[in-house]
Design a binder for this molecule. Structure first.
Ligand code: RB5
Length: 152
């Protein structure tokens, strides 16, 4: 069964998100939460929240968020419980973010990187798996405890 991947972007990430959807859809089941039209007045929190909700509900296993810098989308997504979103523009952090930290949303900045690197990062992210090593599980447990204490 193909991995279910939720993808979203505001106007800043619109073109790159569409390019990624085209490139990834053969290998992955893509849930495109929008934007579906280019609207310079749309807001990244709406799409970040929508992608995060797909993961929180279990409809998607991973998410990819694109905005102009990747920063705003990342900040918003991390407000949702059980979301571990990171802005990664290099393959080392992208892979290790999943293997060590169980990152589940990759954030990208379309005004910073181009489609080739973005595709390589997305592929690296989607192929990577949490290592499950005891030290990483211990750290994840601590993170989840912080989330619980914050009432998230
Ligand atoms: C939109 O202009 C831009 O602010 C947004 O896409 C993103 O870069 C925010 O972090």
């Amino acid at each position: 069964m193909r991995m279910r991947v939720a993808v979203g972007a505001d106007h800043g990430g619109f073109s790159l998100k569409n390019e990624l959807v085209m490139r990834l859809q053969e290998q992955y089941q893509i849930l495109d939460v929008g934007a579906h039209t280019l609207d310079p007045a749309d807001d990244y929190p709406d799409f970040a929240q929508a992608v995060a909700a797909e993961l929180a509900s279990g409809r998607a296993e991973r998410g990819i968020l694109v905005c102009g810098s990747g920063v705003g989308a990342c900040i918003v997504a991390n407000k949702v419980p059980a979301i571990r979103a990171c802005l990664c523009h290099d393959t080392y952090s992208t892979r290790q973010g999943v293997e060590h930290d169980d990152m589940n949303i990759l954030c990208l900045g379309a005004r910073v990187i181009g489609p080739e690197l973005a595709t390589e990062l997305a592929t690296t992210f989607l192929k990577a798996r949490f290592s499950g090593e005891p030290r990483h599980r211990r750290r994840l447990k601590k993170l989840l405890a912080i989330e619980q204490r914050q009432g998230k």
